[in-house]
Design a protein around this ligand. Structure first.
Ligand code: URA
Length: 238
């Protein structure tokens, strides 16, 4: 389908208004929750504004001291599923992209198995700069950076967020619950379904639990009404 630019769209809408049509429903331009008019172009612009003008060369916490790159996040701003991890590791810091190391490969495989690829979903982290030695982000670092992530989520407005591991779970939902207790059950973040699941780094250490993450992914796919192509029996290793 060929696309039209804003000026052309305005002309088309004016034509219909002159014909007496007073309202028009455009699914892809409407945010169901806020009723605000948002489309992929607006989301892309808003994310660029957040990255360039609000985050910029952020030095709000000590993590900026050791970073090579700010890892903003990437993917489809108009996605249904957003994945949130903990923070960049060494590979991500070098490339300035989230989940590109070994754990990232596992996440990429999961996304593929879910019938999507990385360009269909959006991937971000609780903190955007690498904590030294891959330690967990400290509470003040996470708090400072969460302002940016919250805005990112608001712009993207996904249908489901999969939080990967305890750090993502606890910081996004403001809870001390642990993944092992709450994974597999939907939670809520400002009206968005949140599915907590294991962090891919944990799955690299404990591959026997991969099938549980697949179960969580299946719950997400079912919620979204998507086809599930390859569903291993419960308890089987994925
Ligand atoms: N682990 C994370 O939590 N995020 C990344 O981007 C990479 C590894």
């Amino acid at each position: 389908m060929s696309s039209i630019n804003r000026d052309e769209l305005r002309l088309v809408l004016e034509f219909y208004r002159n014909m007496g049509l007073s309202s028009i429903y455009m699914d892809e331009f409407r945010d169901e929750k806020s009723g605000k008019t948002v489309g992929v172009e607006e989301k892309t612009e808003a994310l660029e504004d957040l990255r360039k003008n609000i985050i910029g060369d952020c030095r709000k916490c000590r993590l900026h001291e050791g970073r090579k790159n700010i890892v903003f996040g990437e993917g489809n701003p108009d996605c249904e599923i957003m994945f949130i991890g903990e923070g960049p590791g060494a590979d991500e810091d070098i490339q300035g992209r989230p989940f590109v190391g070994k754990a990232g490969q596992l996440l990429t495989n999961l996304i593929k198995k879910m019938g999507s690829d990385r360009n269909d979903v959006y991937i971000a982290n609780i903190v955007k700069c690498r904590p030294p030695g891959n330690r967990n982000p400290l509470p003040d670092e996470a708090r400072t950076c969460m302002v940016f992530l919250k805005r990112q989520i608001e712009i993207i407005s996904p249908k489901v967020i999969m939080v990967l591991g305890n750090v993502a779970l606890q910081n996004l939902l403001g809870t001390d619950m642990r993944i092992t207790k709450v994974r597999g059950k939907f939670h809520d973040y400002n009206g968005i379904k949140v599915m907590p699941t294991f962090h891919p780094s944990y799955l690299l250490r404990s591959p026997k639990d991969k099938w549980l993450t697949w179960e969580d992914a299946v719950a997400v796919l079912k919620y979204l009404g998507k086809e599930i192509e390859d569903q291993p029996a419960a308890g089987r290793r994925a």
